[in-house]
Design a protein around this ligand. Structure first.
Ligand code: CO8
Length: 267
């Protein structure tokens, strides 16, 4: 396919607010962007496609409308699922979360409103989260008679610790953007009107750095979280050494010493 042609994906809008920076907008506003199987598959395909473009440096993910990022997995679709169908649905979501984590390009979630259940799990699988003042986080699954199923019990506990994850998941409480910020679930809060602009400023900073080094650093953080400190540090030593085989290292250090901006080639 011609790389200049953006394919279409059901319930998603793909736009390029700036060269090398993509915005995926989940566009199912009538259901507050709730995740059904079709949407999970579309997201998976969209992330795969964007990551296959060498020019992609940062991907941002948000929800359409001003009310919700994603209000959860689609309860209407789940209501009549058998256990086997629920297992397939969970596996589909899990595969998407892993796809996002293993994307070479960093992925920033721009959380603009309700970010509940599967939506919160989706945001947690992004590399980090920026939130609007009206963002509401939460894992209300236990109020529906189910557990989280897209990795919430695992990623939330790793992100905010056992006690806080227990509180979120066992009470199903709604958590404000301010409280999410205190727990480092989101890194920064913007007014709803400024969220995209705030995301773009950060995406632009990332995009100016060496794509090779950014990719290695993202991988190291994700892989290291599943390793002992010693193994993670050993992996960092290997990847650090590998970065000295790249043109980006040659260019980055030359540019610093020559007091000029670096022109990275992603090689
Ligand atoms: N699924 C399906 N439809 C939804 C969802 C959802 N999660 N959330 C909202 N909608 C729909 C509503 O049904 C409504 O549709 P309609 O207009 O046709 O009646 C429309 O969106 C607007 O919603 P509301 O009228 O309810 O809007 P309010 O502003 O009154 O309330 C809330 C907004 C608080 C977000 C409310 O909609 C709500 O509580 N939604 C459900 C939140 C929730 O429980 N999310 C967790 C779902 S479970 C989950 O995510 C599990 C993930 C793991 C799955 C594992 C698979 C096995």
């Amino acid at each position: 396919m011609n790389a200049n042609m953006t394919p279409t994906f059901d319930h998603l809008l793909l736009t390029q607010p700036q060269d090398n920076i993509w915005l995926i907008t989940i566009d199912r506003p009538k259901a507050l962007n709730a995740l059904n199987s079709a949407l999970l598959m579309s997201l998976n395909q969209a992330f795969q496609w964007l990551d296959s473009l060498p020019s992609t440096k940062v991907i941002m993910l948000t929800g359409s409308g001003d009310k919700a990022f994603v209000a959860g997995a689609d309860v209407a679709a789940m209501q009549s699922m058998t256990a086997l169908e629920a297992r397939d649905f969970s596996s589909l979501g899990m595969a998407l979360m892993q796809q996002i984590e293993s994307c070479s390009a960093p992925v920033i979630a721009l959380v603009n409103g309700f970010c509940l259940g599967g939506g919160c799990e989706l945001a947690l699988s992004c590399d980090y989260i920026l939130a609007s003042e009206n963002a509401v986080f939460g894992q209300p699954e236990v109020s529906l008679g189910i557990t989280p199923g897209f990795g919430g019990t695992q990623r939330l506990a790793r992100s905010i610790g056992k006690g806080n994850a227990m509180h979120w998941i066992l009470t199903g409480d709604r958590i404000s953007a301010q409280n999410a910020l205190k727990l480092n679930v989101c890194n920064q809060i913007f007014s709803p009107a400024e969220l995209l602009k705030g995301g773009l400023v950060q995406a632009d900073k990332i995009a100016r750095n060496s794509p090779c080094a950014v990719r290695f650093a993202k991988q190291l953080i994700h892989q290291g979280l599943n390793m002992s400190l010693q193994d993670g540090c050993q992996l960092e030593t290997e990847r650090f050494a590998l970065s000295f085989t790249t043109q980006d290292q040659t260019e980055g250090m030359a540019a610093f010493l020559e007091r000029r901006p670096a022109r990275f080639s992603n090689q």
